[in-house]
Ligand binder design. Structure first.
Ligand code: NAD
Ligand SMILES: O=CCc1c[nH]cn1
Length: 485
């Protein structure tokens, strides 16, 4: 293999690569071939402790630097990431199996956007002055301290930077644990941050499964935990963090509705549904996997969708012409196959796909079910794979009620030419990240995150600053103190 996928070592602690072969072996499997492309080790408890100690020590000095100085390092790192976009994208494709066509425009570049954006904000993170007669209060925006980031496997580079960029801009240090399924890309992020001038220990990467994450969360030196993962993991992480009153950001799963009205532009609506279900082989948290299509447009929608699906090239994800890659793992493909079988068993009409693609990699056909009803498993549970469920509806009120009939609240989309209706509908859907005549855009300037079981807090935008800092308020009396005795 021309590209070196085995990293220098498993972890990046205190500005350098480190390893401990006593840790359980962690094979990294290329999803397109099923072959092991690197072998890492889980962090031992001693290494986790080392990472936290490095972060706690480095954070004190990092917080003393001016915001402008911190910001310059983050923006320099963003420049390096953009310069190395090709190599980083190739690595992301090895790590996740996502097509290079996507990783070359949406992963390292999204990470660079976050570093650039929060690097730019770092110098302007101030408190305020509140005049109270002759007395006054001033507020100081302070970092939280050591933050822990825990990532999912679908966007390893993006997730590392969506968490690290605001955390570091505010003067925190971070220990980041990537998903054990995709441990490679975050190490490159750490390496680049240090090359850009980040002091040793401010951003550390430790590898491992749940217990490594649990050790990080349970440590008294940690002030905040930001998790991107599933709802079951979110429940555990939130509970563990709450027992020690730690701050949290929870970016969890979804089963988001995409509502397509009769008057929608057909090709745009079909395009939106494709982006909402098949991008990243369907492994996107915000995907609109419950596609509610108004009855008048249903046949035309399904016909056009089938036509466009025929043009999607499935295959080697490193080939720039490939549009759909494999699932991230054999296990994830089995989960998806289980849902497809359930869909058929419960009476949904399979109109496309449904089968695994023979070969060594974890490929599966993009799958579309029509005539899906709200009570079917495929309409209720997050599948996290390329499976679209098309549900029919008659009118607006019905679509809103059914769109909201879920425990999740991450995203929602609406396609219609009636802009008043678009705002009215989105206004009534309980979800955090919504789209009108579009789907799955995630610019760093906009808040991203969910409501209900989909999470707590927001990533990106100015609001992320509130999740990585706290305000100290100082009352200043100018006159004498009037005490009761
Ligand atoms: N809302 C978002 O922004 C967003 C983005 C991407 C993915 N996701 C969600 O992530 C899920 C898919 O990712 P996944 O399968 O990697 O999720 P997961 O919940 O299995 O794992 C997420 C991370 O949590 C760690 N973890 C597991 N148990 C832990 C514990 N007890 N304590 C601490 N850490 C623990 C894992 O090692 C991994 O790093 C989907 O549900 C998807 O919707 C959400
Ligand atoms: O997977 C969820 C995060 C996301 C959404 N769009 C791009 N990244």
């Amino acid at each position: 293999m021309a590209y070196e996928t085995q990293p220098t070592a498993s972890h990046f602690i205190n500005g350098t690569y480190v390893d401990d072969i006593a840790g359980t072996s962690l094979p990294v499997i290329y999803p397109a071939t099923g072959k092991v492309i690197a072998t890492l080790h889980e962090a031992t408890p001693a290494l986790v402790d080392q990472a936290l100690a490095a972060a706690a020590a480095a954070q004190i000095e990092w917080a003393k630097m001016t915001g402008r100085e911190r910001g310059r390092i983050l923006t320099d790192a963003a420049r390096l990431i953009r310069k190395r976009n090709h190599d980083l994208s190739v690595l992301e494709t090895y790590d996740t199996g996502k097509p290079y066509q996507e990783t070359s425009v949406a992963d390292a570049s999204s990470a660079a956007d976050a570093l650039e954006y929060f690097g730019g904000l770092a110098a302007s993170l101030t408190g305020e002055h509140i005049q109270l007669g002759e007395d006054w209060v001033y507020t100081v925006r302070e970092p939280l301290g050591v933050c822990v980031g825990i990532g999912a496997w679908n966007y390893p580079t993006q997730i590392a930077c969506w968490k690290a960029a605001p955390a570091l801009a505010c003067g925190n240090a971070m220990v980041f644990k990537p998903s054990e399924t995709t441990p490679l890309s975050a190490l490159k992020v750490a390496e680049i941050l240090v090359e850009a001038g980040l002091p040793a220990g401010v951003f550390n990467v430790v590898q491992g499964t749940g217990p490594v994450g649990a050790q990080l969360i349970g440590d008294p030196r940690v002030a905040k935990v930001s998790l991107t993962g599933s709802v079951p993991t979110g429940r555990k992480v939130y509970a563990a963090a709450a027992s020690n009153m730690k701050h949290v950001t929870m970016e969890l799963g979804g089963k988001s509705p995409l509502v397509i009205f009769d008057d929608a532009d057909l090709d745009n609506a079909v395009g939106g549904a494709i982006l909402a279900n098949f991008y990243s082989t369907g492994q996107v948290c915000s995907n609109g996997t419950r596609v509610f299509v108004q009855k008048g447009i249903k046949d035309a929608f399904l016909a056009r969708l089938a036509e466009r699906l025929k043009t999607a090239t499935i295959g080697d994800p490193q080939d720039p012409n490939t549009i759909i890659g494999p699932m991230v793992s054999a296990r994830q493909r089995e989960i998806v196959e289980g849902y497809i079988a359930k869909g058929i068993e419960e009476g949904a009409r399979l109109v496309a796909g449904g089968k695994r693609i023979d070969g060594d990699g974890f490929f599966i056909e993009p799958t579309i079910f029509a005539d899906v009803t709200d009570n079917m498993t495929i309409a209720k549970e997050e599948i996290f794979g390329p499976v679209m469920a098309v549900l029919d509806f008659e009118d607006e009120a019905e679509a809103i009620a059914r769109a909201n009939a879920t425990e999740f609240g991450l995203s929602a989309g609406v396609f219609t030419r009636d802009i008043s209706r678009a705002h009215r509908v989105i206004g009534q859907i309980k979800a955090g990240s919504c789209f009108i005549n579009s789907y799955n855009d995630a610019p760093v300037e906009a808040p991203f995150g969910g409501s209900k079981m989909s999470g707590v807090g927001r990533e990106n935008s100015k609001t992320a600053i509130n999740h990585y800092s706290q305000l100290k308020s100082v009352y200043v009396r100018m006159g004498d103190v009037e005490a009761p005795f």
